[in-house]
Ligand binder design. Structure first.
Ligand SMILES: Cc1cc2nc3c(=O)[nH]c(=O)nc-3n(C[C@H](O)[C@H](O)[C@H](O)COP(=O)(O)O)c2cc1C
Length: 244
């Protein structure tokens, strides 16, 4: 009986150990990771391509404001260094945006759209009525329409191309908000505009007054109707201002 009991206990131990061994194997094959490791991986993933405010690499032209994080190399620079050129634009009906995208592509620049906190409706832009919003703002030198989001790492840019439509012979007031917001000391500004025919209307001079610490280059004027096919004008201008 004692012998039978010893055999039974030995058998039970052997079977028990075999069961433990197969459990461990299953655990290893399941590929599970320690909890800390998965948290870290999740955090890394969540910061990847996080673009919530500010500039956007040129290869991914934005529809809305986006942010380039500190860690990520800019896609505009294959070497992974800092991009030195930024294209900033405001566009209410898409003409200036088209020129800005052409320019950012040619210069491998980052791109940032000035997006109004309160978007302009079609009625706001109706310049045949002097009481509508855009015209009322242009008639008020102190109007400073608010901008959504902002540019991070603005200091990294050496040259900033700034594009806008001409409104009543001037930059839209939201450009004044923009120039009030950032310090351009030591930077180069290259202005470009689209218009119904007025051209730059002296706006580079206005920008030079607003940003006395910056170098303001000769501007480019494109007609609104030619904005989609402006590449050759943009290339010529870049050559003229020594940025080709
Ligand atoms: C309120 C307002 C005022 C404008 N004033 C002028 C003007 O003074 N001279 C001109 O040539 N075009 C004028 N335009 C036409 C725009 O400059 C032109 O359509 C421009 O290409 C629009 O650019 P966007 O599509 O990027 O907004 C005006 C347009 C608006 C909405």
């Amino acid at each position: 009986m004692k012998k039978l009991f010893t055999v039974f206990v030995t058998l039970a131990l052997v079977l028990g150990l075999a069961a433990c061994g197969s459990g461990k194997e299953e655990e290893d094959l399941s590929g599970s990771v320690p909890p800390e490791a998965s948290v870290q991986a999740a955090e890394e993933k969540s910061t990847e391509g996080e673009n919530t405010e500010g500039t956007q690499p040129s290869s991914d032209v934005q529809e809305e404001n986006g942010l380039e994080t500190d860690e990520e190399p800019s896609l505009g620079d294959p070497e992974g260094g800092e991009v030195k050129a930024l294209v900033v634009y405001f566009s209410a009906t898409g003409n200036t945006k088209a020129v800005a995208q052409t320019l950012a592509g040619l210069q491998e620049a980052d791109i940032y759209e000035i997006v109004p906190q309160e978007p302009y409706s079609e009625e706001d832009l109706n310049y045949s009525d002097s009481t509508t919003r855009a015209t009322a703002e242009q008639n008020d030198p102190d109007a400073r329409p608010a901008i959504q989001g902002g540019i991070t790492n603005f200091e990294q840019y050496e040259i900033v191309y700034v594009g806008y439509p001409i409104w009543w012979g001037d930059m839209p007031r939201i450009l004044y908000t923009f120039f009030d917001t950032y310090d351009f000391s030591g930077k180069t500004i290259a202005p470009f505009c689209t218009s119904g025919g007025s051209g730059l209307s002296g706006t580079p001079g206005t920008i030079a007054e607003l940003e006395s610490g910056a170098t303001v280059l000769e501007g480019l004027a494109v007609s609104g109707s030619g904005a989609d096919s402006a590449q050759s004008s943009v290339e010529k201008w870049l050559g003229d201002i020594g940025q080709d």
